[in-house]
Design a protein around this ligand. Sequence first.
Ligand code: NOJ
Ligand code: CA
Length: 559
Amino acid sequence: MSQSLVPTLSPMALDMNPDWWKTAVVYQIYPRSFADANGDTIGDLAGLTSRVPYLAALGVDAVWLSPFYPSALADGGYDVDDYRDVDPKIGTLAEFDAMTAALHAAGIRLVVDIVPNHSSDRHPWFREALAAAPDSPARDRYIFRDGRGEHGELPPTDFRATFGGPAWTRVADGQWYFHLFAIEQPDFNWDNPEVRADFLTTLRFWADRGVDGFRVDVADGLFKRLPGPGSDYTGDPWTPRDELDRRLDEVYAGWRAVFDEYDPPRCAVGEVWAEPIERRLRFARPDNLGQAFNFDLLRANFRASEFRAIVNRNLVAAAAVGASQTWVLSNHDVVRHATRYGLPLTRPAAPNEFPPPTVVREVEWLKSGGVEPVEDVTLGLSRAKAATAFLLGLPGAAYLYQGEELGLREVADLDAADRQDPTFFRSDGDEIGRDGCRVPLPWTPEGPSFGFGPAGAHLPQPAWFAGYAASVEAADPGSALTLYRELMSRRKQLLTSADSGLTWLDAPDGVLGYARGGGWQVWTNFGDLPAPLPAGEILVATSPVDGTLPPATTVWLHA
Ligand code: NOJ
Ligand code: CA
């Protein structure tokens, strides 16, 4: 491709602080559901580029782009055919470069998803492995084993895949391969030097093109203990954890060395659902990936005691290893938070309880088609706005998911025939899955796909999306979009004089207040009754304030 299409960094627009990612607001884009430029019902890179002015007006510091690689979409693009190309269904490398240049020119950094645990079953290496003999070098890049039973007819272990069904699939010559996720996602063998080297090549490929950082999929899961040469172990693959984690440390030290070849160093954030918190933060150490998602708030109830305990726990644990904070309320894997907060509260989770009661409730609600229990839409939105404003005041980085700035709710009533998530298929419909938070965004109140593109949308949008259209909300001073814009622009100003930590303020039951230094205070009323309004100049309020701090409301004050 022509060199002129390779973006040049625009030093005027980009924040040159190498630590930008420690306090960034990062906006996640699920590219196939963001904006469709060519009318084939699938969002694409050209569509994304056309929306850069929207992102700039929103005020985000960075975009995290979910997988855009060639893929049969067995798992929404997390089944990658080629790590160093763009899916022709959504664009070209030249369009990727144009997108990067447009983002950078608008002062927005770009973080791309990298999927090291597994490729797709269409990846040339997996095809080569299938065509090769057992015990061949080609098979060693993945995890192939003989089965148990007289004729090898039983899988090597009883371990279950995350999306349901066995984690092993048998191939024509009788061997089995391991897949933590869908059948179409064979796991790499991270003890294989070619696999390790190839990922370093991939990291450099994108970093050379101007990518600023990486979101690492299943970051803590690359090594597992499985039966193999010299071992007939068939127990839990995640043990002994510490030994597996030490091997991961070594892999990520190699990645860190690559990141540090660049100026500014490339950043990384690990997707780590692991408990306990110390284990998650292992991957957030400065000599490791540097940052790991903290999903604690995403599983909590809208309850002051839960939020406060989570903030305390994370601030202390991160400081202990020199890691920066991250905060998340929504992403492409969970029920949107405007909906979660509209469902009845559950009891708080016990330490390390999995699945937590909030998630059990959401799974049940999805199964009922979104009717039981009844979603309180108004309360859900008020709480969602309040929780977001609480989160955007906290020290550290915040990750937002496309559509939450519109206050978008989960779409719970998609037809089975329209569903795409392998969770749904692999569980025979017992688990509804994640399609309801991946429905293409509404940009305008009319049009064949509410402005998503000139034609329809690859997942059907409900009629009520019209009321959440970006163009409608941009013109409404009371909308979620207007609030998000205000929060982001205030945050930029306030961060210049804020402390790196926070101080809790005395507050009545059900209310949390914290100070960030420079006079910045954040107050959230988690309760059902109005609370006294703290003194100070109100900078932002998530609902109209009338001399009290209303229920389900956050205010930012200058005290
Ligand atoms: C985590 C991703 O966020 C999720 O969407 C995906 O299904 C799994 N990893 C497997 O790649
Ligand atoms: Ca398209």
